[in-house]
Design a protein around this ligand. Structure first.
Ligand code: 0X9
Ligand code: ZN
Length: 312
């Protein structure tokens, strides 16, 4: 097992995923979908009980840590998955959920950037990937500007030395390319995408590339409200719900818009976790908030899983 009283490095998260896979083989399987730019394995787990009749179940996709510095994202996701998996045999709610829905988990998208924030002496606030850019001294691109739906139309730039560099072309970043290949291969099953970030305590719907709203926005908004109402129960943590553009301003090429437009995923959300505010300090969330974040966010996730089961 792993602890949630501190933030861990990439190899510890890998060992934890391996441990879950070995110890809960009836509900967890894990594969490597490819390697990061620096050669780290990118792990995708499938969590859920296969149906006895072999019929397909609806699935949801969770991912985290596309932004290197947002440590609470993978900490919260690992906490929630540990709780669901290790609690499966004794908790009838978890059992009912995992018997009816599959959860794909891409644990850490930006493994290189994440590890850099852990190991470099002064780049705790690194955001992007770590790829060498052929014509610039600065490394990396913003992987949350690198997907191919409305790439570069807003909130992104073409200069490598900025935090929101979209990359030279869509899927220039190998981590994004592995993500889209693994995702689109399963898109007929996937009804919901949650991509975990920090911070601001907002539950964001598409679209993020401009101020238009998808036709089914009322349903996305309604589920977001119900999820964040459940999240509020344990500690009173307040989230706002709305489109990315309405709440944060537009930025194109992000996971959520791509998931909805290219993946045809109805419920596609970016979840910006604790804290609600704080400048760059907001990324440095004290480790004693990992477990509360995990507990409250799991409440929201349970509402989402139940909706997917009821609707599909
Ligand atoms: O700007 C981002 O990539 C996300 N915020 S963060 O502070 N974690 O960097 C928000 C992305 C919201 N989605 C879209 N703009 N499509
Ligand atoms: Zn982010």
């Amino acid at each position: 097992g792993m602890s949630w009283t501190q933030y861990h490095n990439y190899s510890t998260i890998e060992s934890f995923v391996q441990w879950l896979t070995v110890n809960y083989p009836t509900i967890v399987s894990t594969s490597v979908i490819g390697q990061s730019y620096e050669g780290r394995n990118l792990h995708l787990s499938k969590v859920g009980k296969p149906r006895a009749d072999g019929k397909t179940k609806p699935a949801v996709w969770f991912d985290s840590q596309i932004h290197a510095r947002e440590w609470i994202a993978s900490a919260t996701l690992t906490y929630m998955m540990n709780e669901l998996i290790t609690g499966y045999s004794s908790n009838s709610t978890y059992q009912r959920l995992l018997d009816q829905v599959d959860i794909y988990v891409l644990w850490v998208i930006n493994a290189d950037g994440f590890e850099w924030t852990k190991t470099s002496s002064n780049e705790r606030l690194w955001r992007t990937t770590r790829r060498v850019n052929p014509f610039a001294a600065c490394l990396g691109a913003d992987p949350n500007r690198n997907y191919d739906h409305k790439w570069m139309v807003s909130g992104a730039v073409q200069s490598p030395c900025t935090q929101t560099y979209a990359g030279a072309f869509p899927f220039s970043e190998i981590e994004n390319l592995h993500h889209t290949e693994a995702y689109l291969a399963r898109r007929k099953e996937i009804k919901c995408l949650l991509t975990f970030h920090s911070f601001s305590q907002v539950w964001l719907t598409p679209w993020g590339y401009d101020n238009s709203l998808p036709a089914d926005y009322p349903e996305l908004y309604d589920l977001g409200v119900r999820a964040t109402n459940a999240l509020r129960v344990p500690y009173g943590t307040v989230y706002r719900v709305g489109s990315s553009t309405a709440l944060l301003g537009s930025a194109a090429g992000a996971t959520d818009d791509w998931g909805k437009a290219k993946g045809m995923t109805k419920y596609s959300y970016t979840v910006e976790l604790r804290p609600s505010s704080g400048g760059s300090n907001g990324f440095i969330l004290p480790p004693n908030q990992i477990i509360p974040s995990g507990i409250e966010t799991l409440r929201a996730v349970i509402v989402v899983l139940q909706q997917i089961i009821d609707e599909f």
